[in-house]
Structure formats: structure tokens, C-alpha cells
Design a binder for this molecule. Sequence first.
Ligand code: ADP
Ligand code: MG
Ligand code: MG
Length: 890
Amino acid sequence: MHQYVFDFSQGSKDDKDLLGGKGANLAEMTRLGLPVPPGFTITTEACTYYLDNGCEPDGLAGEVGTHLAELQERVGKRLGDPEDPLLVSVRSGAAISMPGMMETVLNVGLTDISVVGLAARSGDERFAWDSYRRLIQMFGTTVLGIRNESFDDRFEARKKARKTDSDVDLDASDMKLLVEEYKDIVFSETGRPFPQDPRQQLDLAIRAVFDSWNIERARIYRRQERIPDDLGTAVNVCTMVFGNLGSDSGTGVAFTRDPATGAQGIYGDYLPNAQGEDVVAGIRNTLSLAELERIDKTSYDELLDIMARLERHYRDLCDIEFTIERGKLWMLQTRVGKRTAAAAFCIAGQLVDEGLIDEDEALRRVTGEQLAQLMFPQFDPDAPRELIATGMAASPGAAVGKAAFDSATAVAWADEGEDVILVRRETNPDDLRGMVAARGVLTSRGGRTSHAAVVARGMGRTCVTGVEALRVDPSAREFTTTDGTRVVEGDTISIDGSNGEVYLGEVPVVPSAVVDALHGQRPDDAGDQEPVVDAVLRLMNVADERRRLDVRANADTPGDARRARQLGAAGIGLCRTEHMFLGERRKIVERLILARTDAQRETALDELRPLQRADFAEILQAMDGLPVTIRLLDPPLHEFLPDLTDLSVRVAVAEATGNPDAEAAELLAEVQRLHEQNPMLGMRGVRLGLVIPELFALQVRAIAEATAELRAQGHHPLPEIMVPLVAAVQELESVREMARGTLEDVARASGVELTIPIGTMIELPRAAMTAKQIAEAAEFFSFGTNDLTQTAWGFSRDDVEAAFFPAYLEQGIFGVSPFESIDAEGVGRLVSIAAWEGKEARSDLKIGICGEHGGDPASVHFFESILLDYVSCSPFRVPVARLEAGRARV
Ligand code: ADP
Ligand code: MG
Ligand code: MG
């Protein structure tokens, strides 16, 4: 027969899928001989069976009965016994931790009869009735679906009648009264009395925990955390131990190190004379663990000892729940604890020093995303701040600005040089302008896949979403929080996109010492950031030793090139040249495109050539000794021409006022002729280069001359010429022939030997599918994964990201935007086929990728798995890519 129930002594920490995290770790602690109250776990399989079929699997009731009987035997108490009743907790616990999302019922087994026995046995009447009223409330809300407030109201009223605001001032008679009132609530809300059969209480509680898998907050949480919906929860039935048995009892939570900073030493809260969730619920102020040492040194020492053991055993930071019952310590939960990015790096380093893990393991314990968070400016940790609400950490960074409640206001204020935070219930494509103008975006609805979150991440804006405590009123231009704070348009607020916190007023921002350190500018005194700076540098070294992939940067200016080099880039993987043709130079390009005669064309070219040569010389020098992949001109032609609408208006006005402008009219005709419906798929890249060969020729000559010049001065420029948007090998062959001719010319004229590799971008599906042929003509490939994603999926990023991506993410059509992380099974397959066939045709073909995916952790792992030579990403992401390239090898 299939086994659905396991005793705590039967499992281990590796059984999370079956027993849930809580159950597996309770079993592990039991195995280690730690003081865990005995109990058993009902598997996640029983839960999924129940959820799929609407009823418990055959035999479950019997198995629970058998384990219950064993438990009663072991502890020498019986459920419902009128003299000495066994009480149990019925606790949820999924394979992946979902803190506070599902339900737990304590004190199951108390009835009108057994409560009297419990009082007599414990010699504490107040305790017995306090436990009973807790059971009725938890059972009432969790199992019977009664609102918590119904009970809380009675509790508050009782405290008021007693003229106190502390629960400890209520005595046994108060608790008895509350029990009567609570039972009345149950009867009036459900039409039935509170169940007096303990086994029925147990079965109903187990079923309620199964059901809690599908309550709304759990479902939302799973969607946000990308936890599959079909895992189900395990149910732990655990003998009750009592922290509410007077002042020598209590309950607490603790961490084996500080989960915020990673600092060594235990951290935690303790609440005397309290049960279970009182600590988290904040009903009274908690004490620090240090005070526990004063109150009960024996238990404290034992706790410390156990925590040290757990850390050594799990080889990681653990958090725990414990209860002390009349001086006896009990362990109720442990798990490897969540931590901040800074703590993750610090702890990984410490554990290596302590000999608990090796450097490879340390590298596995940190992530590129955590590093990215540390590279953003952060709010000064020491600065006072007024937290008014918390939501989802949707896009990292620390942003301060004036609250604006619509896009137009945000744009207007930003134009005046103000910092703005755009506050909306949720954003939609109309808010795009406002999001661009704002420092940060704050919404009351939506999670990490909402429009605001997706778009903000796409453009690197700080964003906090789903702040449920926020009521946004766009027409009144204000928001209020549930605890009554009001923020009107123009008030300053601060938002932290790394932890989802919202503060009133301005919180000072400190630059990241991690960035300075990665730049090689180690601050003499990084203050509080010192330990994390050390830990980051140390793990970066490990990553650099382990990684096989080179990491280059996408950089278009000498400044960016220098920054990228400092951040560890091994060259430039993509140097775009279009900006070199804009601004003041746009006019010259316009003349070149519109030239009627060779002479006109020559003049324009003569003007552009020295400018281009200087551009390239500067960048090559900034990257001296390292490869610089220069992409020839890529964007559609019309980007260099005057705006069609503006020009039409100008011509029309001139005509209407009787001063027709012949030159403008002629220009208009030309611009109309070149206008494209769909420029992304129009005349751009190599197509432009073949139609107006002078443009590419100009660029190649400028690259060649700059190189020759620098060589002659003793430098080591290493340019590579990259042809964009090639679909057919013939396109590349034409450009290559021209380029070789030009390179030879310059070599001859300058007397410097020029061997400059010529390669191509692979960014169209046809190019990927004909990679073998293309490789015959290319010395390197660089996958342009942004365009490849657009052309493989057949959508244009600018049009879709705001329009329908949130809906697609919501519906699970993709788990993450294919522009954020490479779509391995579609676009990634094109890349791997092309890389493979390219190398087959030319074994020394160098292959890299230069889309934004180059800085995305999951994508870096994919590119490592298909053995590319390098990834190239924005300078700021270079350290992230280095770290992940290392992690991909351990
Ligand atoms: P959560 O997953 O929300 O932490 P738990 O199942 O851990 O829920 O239980 C909620 C609270 O009740 C915790 O503080 C826990 O320590 C306490 N608790 C659970 N079981 C027992 C028990 N058998 N005896 C005493 N306290 C318990
Ligand atoms: Mg817990
Ligand atoms: Mg492209």
C-alpha cells in the first residue's frame, strides 16, 4: 500500500518534495537527536490527491489513526483525555518555503471536557483556557472560514473591560468568558457548535491545511515566485509544547547569523509567556535573545549549542522557531534562512573561512542578481526613515522624488529638472512617457510580472509594485496608506526597489562601495560596506578563476570603454557607430544621402572621414591591447533624415504663406520616397551598406586609418569589423570584398600591415540557418540576440513589451520576457545550431553574443552550456556576467 504518513523519525532533510520543507527539517532535527516534540507528517502526495479528487486518498484516515495511536503511546497521553489530554498542532509546509502563506492550527484536541483536565494537570487554569480560546479562533478562521476580526473584536473588548492593553493581564476568568463568546461566534456564523470530538477536529484541520494550498494569497505568492501550482503542501501533526505556561515559558525565533548584514553572532526575538505566532504578530514587544540569557541561562546555552550544531550540519545560515515550556527547550522548526544580497556574500565568505564549504560552493551560494543589487546606490542604512508601506521588489535601486499621479505631470516636472516618482494603481502603455521621465515607479497593484514591473526592469527604472496597503486616488492626486499616512501630489517619497519598501520623505542615498571596489578604487574606509566589499572581491576572484567564457562590454564611447575595462571587460563585443552620425553630423549625412552628384557626395564624405577616424582612435586607445568589435552602420536610413511630419508642415506652411521653399519640397519628396512602414525590417544594416556603399567604405577606411595611426605610435589597437543584419552569405561577401580592398589601400598608403578580422552579426533566422555558408566568409560570429529574438518571434520589442507582455506573463505563455532572458528552446536553439554549424565550417571561428542577454544570469549559463567564446553586455553588467560565467562552471 502507498504510504502517505511518515513519523518524524522516518525522514530527512532530503525529503522536501514528499514531506515539505518543514516536515523534512523536523525529521532531520529528530534524526540529529535534537529536542523536537514527536509527531508525524502527511505527505504532499496526499495533498495533491485530495486537491485533484476532492477527497482524501483511501487509507489516509487509517494511517493517520495508526500514527496517532503510536504518538499517544509514546507521549503517554490521549487526544481528548478528560484528565491529561494530548494536544497537537496541525501545520502546513510546502516543498518550497512560502512563509506565512498557508495555515496552521494549534492546540487541536481541546474540548469543553479536556480543557478542565489540562487545567488540573498543568495547575494553571489561565493557561488551559487561553489555549482553548486560541484553538477556537484558529480553527474558526482556518477551518470554518470565519473572519479573524470577529474574534479579535471580542478580545479587544475584553482587554478594554479590564482596562489593559496587554494580553497577559487577562486572567483565567477572562479566558473562560472569551471561550464562551468565541463558541457563540462559531455557532452564529456556522449554525453548528464548535466540534467537541478531538479526532474530528484533527481531520478537519488536516483538510483545511490541504485547502490552504489554494487560498488566494498563496496562489498569488506562487505566481510571483514562479512556484508550480501542483506541488501541494505537506501537513505536520506535532505534539504541542507550551510557551504560554507562565513566565518560565516562552517562544521565539532566531537566526544563526544576522540575515541582514551577514554579521556573525545569533539574532532573534523572544517572547515570554506566549504561544506560536504571538512573536510574528507583534502583540507585545519582544525581547532580544541576550535577555533570554538573563531569564533562563540553561535554555539559552542549550539553544546556542543547538544553533551552532545546525549551522555546522546545514553548512549555512539557519533560522529556527523554538519554544520553552517551564524551562525545557523545544525545537519547532528550522530551515536554511533567507538573507539579503550583502549577507549572502558575507556569509559565503565566512563559511569558507570556517572550513564548512569550499570556494566552489561559496560561488554557488551567491547570484548575479544579488551582485547587481549591491551595485545600485542604496539608502543610507544609518539614516532615519519612516516606513509607510511595503510591496514587491520589482526592479532594484533606491529612488527619491516627488509623487506624481499621472504621466503628464511626471514628464512636466522632470523637464523642469525635478526628480519624480510616478505613483499609479497600475500602469498601462499610456504611462510609458511618465515611466521614462520618472526616477522610480510605485504601484498599488500587480506583482513582478505586472506592466509596471516588466517595463521598469526593461528600462532599468527602480520600481515597487503591489503595495496593497496603498490606496491611490488619481483624481484627488494623492494616496493614503491603511495606517493613515496621506501623501499628496508633490510630497517627496523614497522607494527601495530591492526590498519593496516605501518611505515618507527623502532618505539619503549612498553610492555603492561595491561598484567603486570593482572599479579597482578600493575606498580606504568603506565603513559598514567593508565586509561586503571584501566578500564580493574575493568571490569575483574565484569566479574569474573558474570561468571559461570571456566577458566583453557593449560600449560606444571612450568613457564607456574605460569604465567597462575597469569593471573587468576583456574587450568590446559591440561598438555601435550610429550615434557618431547624429547631432551636428546628421546634416552631413543628410547631404550624403541626398547627394545628386559625385562631387556633392565626395564633399560630404571628406567631411565625415576625419571625424570618424578620431572616434575610432579614441575608443581603440581606451581598449588598447583588447579586441574592439565595431559594428558598421545599422539603423534605418530615415533616422538620419529630417522628420517627415515636421518637414511636411514646413513645406505646407511655406506654400500657404506664398513663399514656396523649393529646396524643402525636394527634400520632402526624397524623405517620402525613403519613408518606411516597418523600418525595423526595412533598409538597414548590410542592406543600406550595399545600396550606399560609400557609407561602409567610409567607416572601414576610418577604422583602418585609425589603426594604422595608433600602430605607428606604438599602440596595440585590435579592431574587428562587424557587418550587421546579414541574412545571406552573398551580402557579407560583397561587403568583405569592398572592405579588404580598402584595408589594402590603407596598408599600402601607410606602410603598416593591417590584419583586421571581418565577421558578422547573426541576428536573423535565415542567417542562423545558413551559418555554415556564412562562416566561410566570416572570421567571427556575434549573435545579436535582441534582433534575433524579435525576428524569431516576429514581434517588435518597442511595440509589444508594454502592450501584451504582461498578459503573456500572467497567462504563463512565457515565464520571463524573452528580451530579459534568452528563450532557450526557440531563440537559443537557433543560436546553438548556428554556433555548432559555424564551428564545423571554420574551426577557429570566434563566437560571441552581444544582445542584452549577455548580462542576464540564466542566459550566461545557457551560453556557457553551448560553449560560446564570450558574452558581451553593458559595462555595468560586466561583473554580473563574470560572476555568473564562473558559477556556470562550478
Ligand atoms: P508558519 O509556517 O507560518 O511559521 P508554523 O506551522 O511554523 O507556521 O506554526 C505557527 C506557529 O506556531 C509558529 O510560531 C510555531 O513555532 C508554533 N507552533 C507550531 N507547532 C507547535 C507546537 N507543536 N507547539 C508549540 N508551538 C507550535
Ligand atoms: Mg513556522
Ligand atoms: Mg541588431
